[in-house]
Design a protein around this ligand. Structure first.
Ligand code: ADP
Ligand code: MG
Length: 140
């Protein structure tokens, strides 16, 4: 078991429905610690840079617009196998395919508005965390 950090984002569909606390409870119930957190309004430029890996995908423009449609909560989660643990807590990208009792199954509205983001590897987690946080903002 590796102790890891991962980047999580509570997406605009979830902040709009006042689900920040409900989603955070799921992380804490599974033993992940929220060691940094801030609520921000992303600019289009930030969303485009954050999702640059998807820039050739048909959904990229819509996704970037959606991610700027309201506030998001960006956070660093910390704990055992945090990257994989968070992906399991979130569930599959498309809420229709997500397992029961996952964030995306219970709260997701669509494949785009699926309530949460989670890094997909420890390497990407480090890059994504640095995109939003300086080390002095992360308090374990
Ligand atoms: P995940 O967030 O599960 O890692 P991806 O990295 O593949 O999924 O996609 C990033 C985000 O892009 C998804 O969380 C979702 O918001 C959006 N997305 C992915 N696939 C689609 C799609 N087919 N149509 C619309 N939006 C999508
Ligand atoms: Mg992804």
């Amino acid at each position: 078991m590796a102790i890891e950090r991962t980047l999580s984002i509570i997406k605009p569909d979830a902040t709009r429905r006042n689900l920040t606390g409900a989603i955070n409870q799921r992380f804490e119930d599974k033993g992940l610690r929220i060691i940094a957190q801030k609520r921000v309004q992303l600019t289009l430029d930030q969303a485009q840079k954050f999702y640059a890996v998807h820039s050739e995908r048909a959904f990229y423009d819509d996704l970037c617009q959606y991610m700027t449609s309201g506030p998001v909560v960006v956070q660093v989660l910390y704990g055992e196998d945090a990257v994989t643990a968070n992906r399991l807590i979130m569930g599959a990208t498309n809420p229709a395919n997500a397992d029961k009792d996952t964030i995306r199954k219970d709260f997701g509205e669509s494949v785009e508005a699926n309530s949460a983001h989670g890094s997909d590897s420890p390497e990407n987690a480090a890059i994504e965390i640095a995109f939003f946080f300086s080390e002095t903002e992360i308090v374990g």
